[in-house]
Ligand binder design. Structure first.
Ligand code: PGA
Length: 251
């Protein structure tokens, strides 16, 4: 696991943006795994800016988002489909037909999860998976307790996640309690994984994920098993990592 610590969240986002742009430059038909939430907003803003300045071509890119709320349509402003269109897809030369996100209104969530898992496999897996890290160290919506070999499936969200995400729902709107998420095992099959985390509220989750031990109670700790993972942090999120530990994991 390689750890990169930047002085600010903006610098960490810039480093991740460069990694993404390098990936799609090197492999124009890359299959990307993408996250939502607050953390990647600055990355998507930078990708939009870079595109306006002529950098980045998305014509042949395929994307698989990590997760989607159950019960929300793709038109719902709180859905991750909506988030992706507004924050990235409609601003670049991307073919929306290549954007894959679990269907939040699927009548049979288990069947939808299986379809999604099979679709990722049909595309030959994910080349470059960008992840955020939840305050409870979740990756995607794999909450603590998720098996490290779990596959794409329907999950219940924890109180901590519901509270962290409540602000995205207008007052009075019903917040979904369940979602479909890529499994940890599915994520770990990606050829490269980049995790972005910033801010003091992520420091405990970062430390537990990086220092180990690998345990189901810390979903991020599964990343230690992956041969090509880079964690990009700001100094606040890295505050519980000692230099020696950082070096030890800098392999
Ligand atoms: P956040 O969420 O970026 O909104 O903090 C991270 C995550 O849940 O993966």
């Amino acid at each position: 696991m390689k750890i990169i610590i930047k002085n600010s969240a903006a610098d960490a986002s810039a480093a991740v943006t460069d990694m993404l742009l390098q990936q799609i430059g090197k492999k124009p038909d890359s299959v990307l795994g993408l996250p939502t939430g607050a953390t990647p907003l600055a990355v998507y803003a930078r990708l939009r800016d870079e595109f306006r300045n002529g950098r980045g071509c998305y014509k042949d890119i395929t994307t698989f988002n990590l997760d989607e709320y159950l019960g929300l349509s793709a038109e719902d402003p709180a859905s991750y489909s909506f988030y992706m269109r507004e924050n990235l897809f409609r601003h670049v030369d991307f073919d929306l037909g290549r954007a894959h996100i679990p269907h939040g209104l699927a009548a049979d969530a288990d069947a939808e999860a299986n379809r999604y898992e099979a679709l990722i496999a049909a595309y030959g897996g994910i080349d470059f998976m960008l992840l955020g890290l939840g305050r409870n160290a979740h990756i995607g919506f794999n909450e603590p307790g998720s098996l490290h070999n779990s596959r794409t499936r329907r999950v219940a969200l924890t109180a901590s996640t519901l509270e962290a995400n409540a602000a995205y729902f207008p007052p009075g709107a019903k917040q979904p309690s369940h979602a479909i998420t890529m499994g940890i095992g599915t994520i770990l099959e990606s050829r490269e994984i980049v995790v972005l985390a910033a801010g003091a509220e992520k420091a405990e989750a970062v430390a537990a994920s990086v220092k180990g031990p690998g345990t189901e109670f810390v979903p991020g700790s599964a990343l230690g098993r992956h041969p090509n993972t880079t964690i990009v942090l700001d100094t606040a999120a890295a505050q519980h990592l000692e230099r020696a530990q950082t070096l030890e994991f800098d392999a």
